[in-house]
Design a binder for this molecule. Structure first.
Ligand code: PGA
Length: 228
């Protein structure tokens, strides 16, 4: 095993992107699983659907879990006549983090780079911590904010069981850091309990964004344990 660099003295960020999964009851069961379990070794953020962000936060407090809450998206507009949108001011009472530009939003909902830049601006002004998802370096065009977390998620690795190699992901993470000084880079795309440590051993990777395997609490617990 490669010696960990000083950079890795920073605890890894472990993000659970639930996507459009779980009813409230299922989310409650998921959180309940972690009650009383030994959980350490990472900054852990769960990203539920909008409808129960507040409730998930309450349960995390009630069960004394070391988890933070994030939203999977936010509006590119402020408050106003934007039916169906959830804006940064509405989110900031409930979440610390927000995901922006996930490839599913870029592809399935035709989210443009311009909209993503607007969302970044809204999140930044509301003091939300951002995880900006990208799959290619051009998706950093126009991005100039400090303290960003960039999730590198190669398209064919997402949900496929076919993750990118840790070395390749590390090379890309280095490219991101060269372009965006000070960014923290995490990797996403078929991360599981067996491959997570390989990513976190890499010099330029400071965390993971987990989709599918975050839905099964036992797998996610093992990811946390193997990350520490
Ligand atoms: P996956 O999803 O872990 O299921 O590949 C990752 C993501 O889309 O964020």
């Amino acid at each position: 095993m490669r010696a960990k660099s000083v950079y890795h003295m920073q605890i890894p960020l472990i993000a659970a992107n639930w996507k459009s999964n779980f009813t409230y009851k299922e989310a409650e069961d998921w959180l309940n699983f972690f009650k009383g379990k030994e959980i350490s070794g990472g900054e852990i953020v769960v990203f539920p659907s909008f409808t129960f962000l507040g409730e998930v936060g309450h349960l995390i407090n009630e069960y004394s879990l070391p988890f933070k809450v994030g939203a999977q998206d936010l509006s590119s507009f402020d408050q106003g006549a934007f039916t169906g949108e959830v804006n940064a001011d509405q989110l900031k009472d409930f979440v610390e983090y927000v995901l922006i530009g996930h490839s599913e939003r870029r592809k399935l909902f035709n989210e443009t780079q311009e909209e993503i830049l607007m969302k970044l601006d809204k999140a930044y002004k509301a003091n939300l911590k951002v995880i900006l998802c990208i799959s290619k370096i051009e998706e950093l065009d126009g991005v100039s904010l400090d303290n960003l977390v960039i999730a590198y998620e190669p398209l064919d690795a997402i949900g496929s069981g076919n993750p990118e190699s840790a070395e390749k992901a590390n090379d890309f993470a280095k490219e991101i850091k060269n372009k965006l000084d000070g960014a923290r880079v995490i990797y996403g795309g078929s991360v599981d309990q067996h491959n997570v440590s390989g990513y976190l051993e890499q010099e330029n990777i400071g965390g993971v964004l987990v989709g599918g395997k975050s839905l099964d609490p036992q797998s996610f617990l093992e990811i946390i344990q193997n990350a520490g």
